[in-house]
Design a protein around this ligand. Structure first.
Ligand SMILES: [Zn+2]
Length: 381
């Protein structure tokens, strides 16, 4: 039903365009060139298309085909940025071998962009009239701070959304969220020979690290989710002291906590704060502060929601539909927070964020057909 040649040619063009996120790799060009390509393609296919500039060099593209009557509206969403290309042999080659297309972003997630444009192509060529609006959103910066989807959600809403991140064509109903925190222990700087004066912030942090290790074990063993597995906690960064022969006046760590659907921001924060309060009550020289730097909600959608049903019916082999959860965060968390029921489905491939990345072309064609059928099923009155 969809045009495989168009999808392949489009995907080759997309992979050949460098859209490395400039916040992840210095000199990365961002979304201007790829966004312009997508914008022009949408216009050629008779879609309404707008370029929404977010900041210097960063943009979203929003394509829209207005509904013929008052049907339900549907957003399809993909990000245009990719992670960096260090160590890759031919990141923008877009070579095809054994049914796989290779290159940075082929799988995450230019294959999905090509599948979405394939939907637009079929709707245009076959003059398919959907009762509700179909909105194709191509966003900036998912790989870093998601400024694209955050900006998008200020202007746009719909009755449902499909985020087309890779899922091996399985239906992803849930993913973990995360919080990032900064904890600082405050000591007292003094000459290394003055042990009665100095307070060592690094040793005080040792107490915090021990307690975090305990919390990490508790969190992993106590918090489990059917689709997303366990919650987790780790300390990716640590930085303390100024110099040899000086008592460390300050030590700072970052804590990364991966949360399960249902976990609340205030409770996750409180679990960490409690550690500091407890240590302070045991040691009058223990002095620490905590700051939440980032919070991203976990996400979950019910299997019997109408968008999930429309999607599973469109897969056409309902008995073999497989439901999964992801352990990493995706833009669906932001759509969910905005009150838009959202589900995730994307192609098959491998090498995500690694030195050799590929997508299976057949799965991109299949994804395009599934997305088209879901739009036809869902965008009814
Ligand atoms: Zn992605």
């Amino acid at each position: 039903m969809v045009n495989n040649n168009f999808i392949t040619t489009t995907l080759v063009d997309l992979v050949k365009i460098n859209s490395v996120n400039p916040d992840l790799e210095k000199g990365g060009p961002g979304e201007i060139e790829i966004g312009t390509y997508i914008h022009n393609t949408l216009l050629t296919l008779g879609f309404h298309s707008t370029i929404a500039t977010i900041s210097d060099g960063r943009m979203n593209i929003v394509g829209k085909r207005a509904g013929a009557s008052k049907g339900r509206s549907l957003i399809l969403n993909a990000h245009m940025d990719t992670v960096g290309v260090k160590g890759m042999n031919d990141p923008f080659g877009a070579t095809i071998k054994d049914g796989k297309l290779f290159g940075r972003g082929a799988y995450d997630m230019k294959g999905s962009i090509a599948a979405m444009l394939g939907v637009a192509k079929t709707i245009s060529d076959q003059n398919i009239k959907l009762p509700g609006d179909l909105i194709l959103t191509f966003v900036a910066d998912e790989e870093y701070e998601s400024i694209g989807t955050q900006a998008l959600l200020k202007d746009i809403s719909a009755d449902a959304c499909i985020v087309t991140e890779p899922t091996e064509l399985k239906i992803c109903l849930a993913h973990r969220g995360f919080g990032v925190y900064e904890i600082t222990t405050h000591g007292l700087a003094a000459h290394g020979g003055l042990h009665k004066v100095g307070i060592d912030a690094n040793l005080k942090m040792g107490k915090v690290l021990y307690e975090l290790g305990q919390l990490s074990q508790r969190v992993t063993s106590a918090k489990k989710h059917q689709l997303c597995g366990e919650a987790s906690l780790h300390v990716p960064l640590i930085n303390g002291g100024q110099s040899l022969f000086i008592y460390a006046n300050q030590c700072t760590i970052n804590v990364e906590r991966r949360t399960l659907p249902g976990e609340e921001e205030s409770i996750v924060y409180q679990e960490l704060r409690n550690i500091l309060t407890q240590l302070h009550s045991e040691d009058k020289d223990f002095n620490a502060t905590i700051k939440q730097l980032i919070w991203r909600n976990p996400y979950e959608i019910a299997k019997d929601s109408s968008i999930v049903k429309a999607l599973s019916n469109s897969i056409g082999r309902a008995n073999s539909v497989e439901y999964i959860g992801h352990t990493w965060w995706e833009d669906s968390g932001l759509f969910g927070q905005a009150g838009i029921p959202t589900v995730i489905i994307g192609p098959k491939g491998g090498g995500i964020h690694q030195q050799e990345e590929w997508v299976e072309l057949n799965s991109v064609f299949e994804l395009s057909t599934i997305l088209l059928n879901t739009a036809i099923n869902f965008c009814q009155e």
